[in-house]
Design a protein around this ligand. Structure first.
Ligand SMILES: Cc1cc2nc3c(=O)[nH]c(=O)nc-3n(C[C@H](O)[C@H](O)[C@H](O)COP(=O)(O)OP(=O)(O)OC[C@H]3O[C@@H](n4cnc5c(N)ncnc54)[C@H](O)[C@@H]3O)c2cc1C
Length: 412
């Protein structure tokens, strides 16, 4: 029998907040649900870096649900309004337009904002970030075919953006302090393979630490300290985009007295340090039962799953499985997927045979992580092998004649 959570107010209509709202209804929650967001709608972010220069790029297309669909589920949206105050004792939430809301249960799904570099010129006009629909629209309108665009940060978003910008006809320079980004996330081999795809597409790749953005006579430039002190001439740019990660939006929680440490601290049932207040998605950081603070996950799947799980937690129900972490990235016409971990202790195993290698990490006879290019089936099977703790041998993983799915069936 579900717990009566009463009315639920969700702050943040990103993937985590939206998933929680719909899952509450799917689990039979009948009381009012309101979802507040300072942005103009509730929409999907991954297309912002992949599709922003395509013809049919619109907020309606990215929206998780139409107004009618929300109404059908009796989820009341309040877009364009930021929550400024939260009183956990009373459940009152004050919005920036002066409205006072109140609910029995509060879910903080406030996500993150794009990190800016703490360097001179970081706020110059022409320096962009990419996290929101407005960011994407601003960037799209600033770039024309032939524009010189410097992308600072060659991680997931920077690399995708470089690819999209190239498709749009921009002259792109991609700057990162490390020679091969993403090694901790996908292992050295695939990280190198992906990074090597930029240059043949006409993207200039620069390794170095960005020191400043400068403006002279209406033109921008990126000043970079090269690797090992090698001098690099300032990189001229019409547009600069910074893709160096996110900062979790913890301000509201912190001001309300909740425990915060690079994320809103939650237990394994998404409860914050205040009764009636839960947190989920990119902003939440779990303290596991043994007291250890986990890394915040900043991926789509984690946000969606945590939305579903927090809904179950709010209703006092058993949580659905979380599964090994999983993410994807698209650039230069290829599709990368990775699951679990590909760094830390254990042995890296490489499978050759296809157009691209696949990599695995095993430890103590168990698969811990896998990544592959254009091989969704392999990564999907690997994730299930990780989740079910099915023993595997390095030789099986390395052998491209062994279907991962068959390991799943044979050893279950
Ligand atoms: C450009 C881009 C590309 C991406 N591509 C991929 C990908 O390919 N694969 C992948 O796995 N992941 C990808 N991600 C990551 C994924 O989109 C995020 O992990 C996911 O969106 C997190 O969802 P969330 O609901 O936790 O947070 P968010 O999406 O950040 O949503 C939080 C919401 O809370 C609102 N909010 C914050 N504070 C307040 C307040 N005080 N009052 C009201 N509203 C507030 C914000 O406006 C925001 O809408 C990408 C992200 C970006 C930005």
């Amino acid at each position: 029998m579900a717990r009566d959570a009463g009315s639920v107010l969700i702050i943040g209509a990103g993937l985590a907040g939206f998933s929680a709202a719909t899952q509450l209804r799917a689990l039979g929650h009948e009381a009012p649900i309101m979802i507040v967001d300072s942005e103009a709608g509730s929409y999907d972010r991954p297309p912002l870096s992949k599709k922003l220069f395509t013809e049919d790029f619109s907020l309606d297309r990215l929206a998780f649900a139409t107004a009618e669909e929300l109404a059908e589920k009796r989820i009341v949206p309040r877009f364009g309004a930021a929550a400024m105050t939260l009183d956990p004792a009373t459940g009152e939430v004050g919005l920036d337009d002066g409205t006072m809301l109140r609910a029995d249960t509060i879910l903080l799904a406030t996500g993150g904002r794009a990190r800016r570099l703490p360097i001179p010129g970081a706020d110059l006009p022409g320096v962009h970030v990419l996290r929101t629909w407005d960011d994407a629209v601003g960037l799209r309108s600033a770039v024309q075919p032939g524009s010189r665009v410097a992308v600072v940060g060659a991680g997931l978003i920077g690399a995708e953006l470089a690819s999209s910008l190239r498709d749009a006809g921009a002259e792109v320079t991609l700057v990162d302090p490390v020679p091969v980004p993403l090694v901790p996330a996908i292992g050295e081999l695939l990280a190198a393979r992906l990074h090597e795809m930029h240059a043949p597409r006409g993207i200039r790749v620069v390794t170095g630490m960005t020191r400043a953005f400068v403006e002279a006579n209406g033109a921008l430039a990126v000043e970079v300290d090269g690797a090992e002190g090698a001098p690099i001439a300032p990189i001229p740019a019409d547009v600069i985009v910074v893709g160096v990660g996110i900062i979790p939006n913890t301000g509201l929680a912190e001001a309300a007295g909740l425990e915060v440490d690079n994320g809103i601290i939650v237990d394994e049932r998404y409860r914050t340090s205040a009764a009636r207040v839960y947190a989920a998605g990119d902003v939440a950081r779990t303290r596991s039962a043994d007291g250890e603070l986990e890394r915040r996950e900043e991926h789509w799947d984690a946000a969606q799953v945590s939305g579903k799980r927090v809904a179950a937690a709010i209703l006092g129900e058993e949580l659905p499985e979380r599964g090994a972490s999983w993410f994807w990235s698209d650039r230069h016409g290829i599709h990368l997927e990775a699951t679990g971990r590909l760094s830390g202790t254990g042995e890296i195993v490489v499978r050759h045979g296809g157009e691209h290698p696949a990599v695995f990490l095993i430890e103590d006879g168990l698969l811990r992580g896998a990544a592959a290019i254009d091989d969704t089936q392999l990564v999907r099977a690997a994730r299930r092998i990780i989740d079910q703790r099915i023993p595997v041998a390095a030789a099986e993983l390395a052998d491209s004649n062994v279907q991962l799915r068959s390991l799943l069936k044979a050893k279950r």
